[in-house]
Design a protein around this ligand. Structure first.
Ligand SMILES: [Zn+2]
Length: 211
């Protein structure tokens, strides 16, 4: 029964997303072929276990697909009588751009004004990880983090800012080496100028251990 069910859903998936004809090859076989196409000496020692390493690395870098952001947040909600801005800044972020499958990385700053509930601080960093360990675009990543917090605790508002550098642009010379791309998502009271400005000022303020 289980097998039938799996086959049925695989067939349905193929129908929806189309097939490549490569379904029967393993990830490692496919990477071996990619290396063969691009490298003049694909048989040298250093490349022998590369397909295996790439498969492991990719599994790690995309593990966010199998993690449920709601489950992470719902484990760590606390009732509070506090309505000042909560801010978590300089969260390290590493992701893969979905256009080139090359890294983009940088810092995420998250703020919200509670409306009776707060989230355990470490869970915000976990949330960033769940969404960044996927094939992403920076704009969507920013929005997904904001929406997940909004959905979990319905605060008065949420603001998320991501400052990131994209290797797909830097390595190909499309962008100057030191420029970063900044995206933001502002929900609820963060759409008001004064709240947004307070958030931006707090982000710009350097903490002593950050100098
Ligand atoms: Zn890219």
């Amino acid at each position: 029964m289980k097998n039938n069910h799996r086959h049925a859903s695989a067939a349905l998936k193929d129908e929806i997303i189309g097939t490549t004809g490569l379904e029967d090859f393993s990830t490692q076989e496919i990477y071996r072929e990619i290396i063969r196409r691009f490298d003049a000496d694909p048989t040298r020692d250093g490349l022998e276990r590369t397909p295996e390493r790439v498969e492991k690395a990719l599994a790690f870098l995309t593990k966010g697909y199998s993690e449920d952001p709601n489950a992470i947040l719902h484990d760590a909600l606390f009732d509070v009588d506090y309505d000042e801005m909560v801010i978590v800044k300089d969260i390290e972020m590493y992701s893969l751009c979905e256009h080139h499958m090359l890294p983009f990385f940088g810092k995420v700053h998250v703020a919200y004004i509670p409306n009776g509930k707060v989230i355990g601080l470490s869970k915000i960093a976990r949330l960033v990880e769940v969404f960044s360990r996927r094939l992403q675009v920076q704009e969507r990543l920013t929005r997904q983090i904001a929406d997940a917090i909004q959905d979990a605790i319905a605060p008065q508002g949420v603001g998320v800012i991501i400052e990131a550098r994209h290797l797909c642009m830097m390595m190909r010379g499309v962008e100057k080496q030191n420029s970063s791309t900044v995206t933001s998502a502002m929900v609820g009271v963060f759409q008001k100028q004064n709240t947004r400005n307070e958030f931006l000022a707090l982000v710009r303020e350097r903490t002593p251990n950050n100098i």
